[in-house]
Structures are given as structure tokens and as C-alpha cells.
Design a protein around this ligand. Structure first.
Ligand code: BTN
Length: 333
């Protein structure tokens, strides 16, 4: 069971107190506005206080919002940030999971709708692409999976990872002002060191996607190897020198992801996403080494195909790669 599952009364009470901008709101007013009993108001305030919110209770007068919780993965705050976004309802939180992908796939299989999110403070066996593991220590990282039922063909599913990578790039920029590099297909780097990894898993049959689950891991506040950062990785806190509010970043990614996935469903949506990704992707224009089961090839990354595949020019011929490990060699002009 998730350890924190929000109820709508709590969120509504919090929203009313926030809207009052530090003024005291009487219990009676909350009851009338929300159509609930005094006891429900009191219970919601107590639950918020237990979650770490500082809410003053002034005898006879009412309640006053003072400070948000120190827990930067608090769900009430994430829900408030996503109140005008169709996704993220609910966000289900576990302190520790084997992998957020597991309950996400289970819920998707059982019909959970688009935009349901599984979030964890740490993972015991976080999964990476190509069968690798994803180191997921507590506190420092962000680990979440988003359920989707995209109306696309199974061979287009890679597009979800490209869209997720752009969403993370935009969210990081909006929160930190840092413009990270995108490495095809879905790595997010800062000066060559990895900040975020994305894994999309899908259940499909020929011609039909049942569901897709996109898992996102962001190195937010880890510092150094002791906290699980590999040599080739870095974190947003190390780059900016300040602590990142993980809940704000999660909410921002979900918001961006919803916008892009909704955009893909429109007439020229996929084409537009590919053009935007091509402009944003650092791989394009670089010499790359592509590692395949049957060997390696070196060529110039020259574009992105209609299903998100990488186009590489080698010896006058253009080859396309749907999934592969690549290394950036140098920029070509
Ligand atoms: C990679 O770059 O290899 C992809 C890493 C994906 C990690 C995320 S963390 C949340 C979700 N749960 C997992 O077990 N993996 C993904």
C-alpha cells in the first residue's frame, strides 16, 4: 500500500488556506465553502500539520497558513501544483519500492487511467535501459513512473521517451535555469555527465498498445559517490549549489509531459514533436559511435526519423537505429 494517499478534503482545505494569503480563515467559513463538517475541517488541518505544514489554530478565530512542509515530496503540495493539470491525479507515494515501474505496470494492467503517477523516495532495484540497474538512494533522487495509454502504433513507442526527455529538459530549465543537453534517445546530461534517465516499458500486440509506463529518474540532490552517484553522473544540486525541491520538479515534469503527449495526438503533432526534439537534441550534428549486438558503426548523426529513430550517415548511406547505445565523438560542421 502507498504510505501517503491524499484525500480531496485535505487538498481543498489547504487550497482555501493558501488562497487566504496568510489571513485567518474561520472554521465556519471553511465548512460553508467546502460543504463539510467542523470535525472534517479539524481532521484535515491536523493531518496537514502531521505532514509538516505549519498551520496556526487560533481559538475562536480559525486557521492560518504559515509554512509549507519541509518534506519536499509531500503529496498535498504536488497535488496543489497540479490542480489545473489533468495528470497526476493521483500521485501515489511509497517511501521504498523495488522499482516504481512494478506497481505502475500492475495498475496500468488493471485499467488505471492516463497520468496516474507512482513516486518513491528510494528504490531497492531501480531499473535502467538495456537491462542495467538504476542506483536509487533515499532523499537525493527523484524516481517516478507515469501511466499512459497512447493512441499510437507499437513501433512508435520510442516517441514517448523522446517526449519525456524534452519534458524533463524543460522542467529543469523552468526550475533551475539550467539548459541540459539531450542525448538520443533519452539521456539528459550536463557537460557530458548524466542527470536523468528514462525508461519506457510497453504492453502491446500487433497494431495496438495496451499501455505504456514511462519511468523517470532524476539526480536531484545527491552529492558525490557516497550518495550513489556514479563517476559519469552529476546532480542538479551539484550544478546549482542549492537544494532542489523534488516535488516541484516532479509536478513540472508531469505538466510538461501531459502537454507534449496531448500535442502528439493532434494532426501534425508527431511531426512537430520530432522537429522540436531535433532542434533540442545535442546528438544531432555530432559524430557518433553506435554500439549494436553485431558490432559498432561510426557516422554522423543527421536526423530523427518518424518513429523517433536516430538517422546516421555513414559512407554516403543513411542508416536508422531504433534502439542502441551511442557515444558522442565530436561535433561536425
Ligand atoms: C536509464 O537511463 O537507463 C533509464 C533509467 C530509468 C530510471 C527510472 S527511476 C524511476 C523508474 N523506475 C525504475 O526502476 N526505473 C525508472
Amino acid at each position: 500500500m502507498p504510505i501517503q494517499k491524499n484525500n480531496s478534503t485535505k487538498i481543498s482545505v489547504l487550497r482555501e488556506l493558501l488562497d487566504a494569503e496568510g489571513e485567518t480563515v474561520s472554521g465556519g467559513r471553511l465548512c460553508r465553502k467546502l460543504g463539510i463538517s467542523r470535525q472534517s475541517v479539524w481532521k484535515a488541518v491536523r493531518s496537514l500539520q502531521e505532514d509538516g505544514y505549519k498551520i496556526g489554530s487560533i481559538p475562536v478565530k480559525g486557521y492560518r497558513f504559515q509554512r509549507v512542509s519541509d518534506n519536499d515530496l509531500d503529496l498535498s503540495w504536488i497535488e496543489i501544483l497540479l490542480s489545473d493539470c489533468p495528470w497526476g491525479h493521483p500521485v501515489l507515494f511509497w517511501d521504498k519500492l523495488d522499482s516504481t515501474q512494478i506497481p505502475a505496470k500492475d495498475l496500468a494492467r488493471r485499467g488505471a487511467p492516463d497520468g496516474v503517477v507512482i513516486l518513491a523516495n528510494c528504490q531497492i532495484s531501480g531499473r535502467g535501459r538495456l537491462g542495467r540497474s538504476w542506483i536509487s538512494p533515499p532523499q537525493g533522487g527523484i524516481y517516478f513512473s507515469v501511466i499512459m495509454h497512447p493512441a499510437m502504433q507499437p513501433d512508435q513507442i520510442q516517441m514517448l521517451s523522446l517526449v519525456a526527455a524534452m519534458s524533463v529538459q524543460k522542467a529543469i530549465f523552468s526550475i533551475t535555469g539550467i539548459l541540459c543537453q539531450l542525448k538520443w534517445p533519452n539521456d539528459i546530461l550536463w557537460k557530458g555527465a548524466k542527470i536523468c534517465g528514462i525508461l519506457t516499458e510497453v504492453s502491446s500486440e500487433p497494431g495496438l498498445v495496451h499501455y505504456a509506463v514511462t519511468g523517470i529518474g532524476i539526480n536531484a540532490n545527491m552529492t558525490g559517490n557516497s550518495m550513489g552517484l556514479e563517476d559519469s553522473a552529476t546532480s542538479l544540486a551539484s550544478i546549482t549549489g542549492r537544494k532542489i525541491h523534488r516535488g516541484e520538479l516532479v509536478a513540472s515534469v508531469i505538466r510538461q509531459l501531459h502537454l507534449s503527449v496531448a500535442g502528439m495526438g493532434t494532426g501534425s503533432g508527431v511531426k512537430e514533436i520530432i522537429s522540436e526534439y531535433t532542434l533540442r537534441c545535442d546528438t544531432i550534428g555530432k559524430m557518433v559511435r553506435v554500439v549494436l549486438d553485431e558490432g559498432e558503426i561510426t557516422g554522423k548523426a543527421c536526423g530523427i526519423g518518424g518513429r523517433g529513430e536516430l538517422l546516421v550517415e555513414e559512407g554516403g548511406e543513411i542508416r536508422s537505429f531504433a534502439a542502441a547505445d551511442i557515444t558522442h565523438l565530436r561535433t561536425c560542421h
